[in-house]
Design a protein around this ligand. Structure first.
Ligand code: CP3
Length: 386
């Protein structure tokens, strides 16, 4: 197993306010190597809501342009070429593990890869994604293919198999897909920055066709995720970046059933993490998605979410990615306060959305190390932990 480089000089300090919230001590004399629990057990334990010595931590979009070694590869290879070439995708997926020692490796890919495999040509240039033949009618929906993931997107399971082989059995490897609603937004709008008028127009004028679109995306996503699980993914994450654009009723009528279709089909084979952004108004419905872990953005207090949803559902998040642009002391304080808010139970520490491109690498390192060195003291019995 590869050991990531560690910088043991960084020291974590807890602000007075944070320390008041929970008895939480610092991991100064221990290193990860001496800890008795390895990363995969830690990660799976957190998904199950168990009491653990520390929280696992990784970052959404952890492989990306804030890393000089990523930019070096991208200078020579186009984004989709990196996604579709296992040798390159493995290398890029492992970069944050080597440099920052994150507790999970997410496979390098994109949520739009299945859209292309369903039959929509895809361009991913500097201006963001572009789908020149968007879905606008029933005929367009009917043309979408339920593809064989090993045949059409074999590079992805192959990348996962190689990552698993490289990191060994003690490191969790994460697969992912876009949630049907968020993928539908791109497939209908064609571009990321066009707002949501076209997709909402479609949804309100042709609700049954739109439901058929979501159903078809769910049906294509199931074997796609199963192939990632068969290749060795420890858990899978569904990204629903745009669900917050929906009101509660439309979320429940359209987006939620398609997510439930996926979680039901996966049948608990591995934990499912469900990322939703700007979803405060949807949370009790989001909790019925069938996911084991809800990944939440920074606009809500995790303690409030736990109070609302109870201890059975684990939470991931939710440090504001912009905080990683701030000074070291601020990053440490916010990270510790976030851990304290859930008392370290049923919690995978992460950002509330992907890491920003202009984040200094040292700041990402401070976030990861602060999370890993905060040793949880489980002073409260399980029954009382909410
Ligand atoms: O987390 C990881 O490190 C794994 C890789 C990953 C990428 N995209 C790589 C990527 C993951 C999990 C995604 C998910 C994704 N892709 C989402 C959901 C999460 C989110 O961020 O909201 C969405 C909406 C997309 C679609 C997408 N891909 C957009 C809108 C863009 C352009 C904007 C941008 O950030 O550049 C992409 C491109 C993309 N996907 C990049 C990366 C590293 C940047 C490409 C580059 O190197 O130039």
């Amino acid at each position: 197993m590869q050991r990531p480089a560690r910088h043991d000089s960084a020291r974590t300090r807890i602000s007075k306010t944070s320390a008041d919230l929970l008895s939480l001590s610092l991991w100064r004399n221990m290193t990860l190597q001496t800890a008795s629990i390895h990363r995969k057990d830690l990660f799976l334990g957190a998904c199950r809501g168990e009491a653990l010595p520390r929280v696992p931590v990784w970052m959404m979009r952890q492989a990306g342009r804030y890393l000089p070694e990523y930019r070096e590869i991208r200078a020579k290879h186009a984004f989709l070429e990196v996604c579709k070439t296992p040798q390159l995708a493995v290398e890029v997926s492992l970069q944050p593990f080597r440099r920052l020692g994150v507790d999970a490796v997410i496979v390098f890919s994109d949520i739009l890869i299945p859209a292309e495999a369903m039959g929509l040509p895809l361009e991913l240039g500097d201006a963001g994604p572009n789908l020149p033949n968007p879905v606008r009618s029933k005929a367009d929906v009917d043309r979408l293919k339920i593809f064989d993931p090993e045949l059409e997107t074999g590079f992805l399971p192959e990348t996962i198999r190689r990552i698993v082989k490289s990191v060994g059995p003690e490191v969790p490897v994460l697969g992912f897909a876009g949630a049907p609603w968020t993928l539908a937004c791109y497939m209908v709008e064609g571009k990321a920055k066009e707002g949501f008028a076209t997709v909402k127009n479609f949804l309100y004028h042709e609700p049954n066709t739109f439901r058929e679109l979501l159903h078809r995306i769910a049906q294509a996503s199931i074997p796609y995720l199963q192939a990632q699980i068969a290749a060795g993914a420890t858990a899978v994450q569904l990204f629903d970046t745009w669900c917050g654009e929906l009101n509660l009723q439309d979320y429940e009528d359209f987006a939620l059933p398609a997510v439930q279709e996926i979680t039901a089909a996966l049948g608990g084979s591995v934990p499912v993490i469900y990322y939703t952004k700007a979803s405060q108004h949807l949370l009790p419905a989001v909790a019925r998605s069938g996911a084991n872990v809800l990944s939440i953005d920074w606009r809500v207090d995790l303690a409030e979410v736990r109070k609302m949803l109870g201890p059975k559902i684990a939470l991931q998040g939710n440090v504001d990615p912009a905080v990683l642009l701030g000074p070291a002391e601020k990053i440490r304080d916010v990270t510790i306060a976030t851990i304290c808010s859930l008392a370290g139970r049923g919690h995978i520490l992460n950002l509330g959305h992907g890491i920003l491109q202009n984040t200094p690498v040292e700041n990402a390192q401070i976030f990861i190390e602060t999370g890993q060195r905060a040793l949880i003291q489980h002073v409260r019995p399980v029954a009382q932990a909410r």
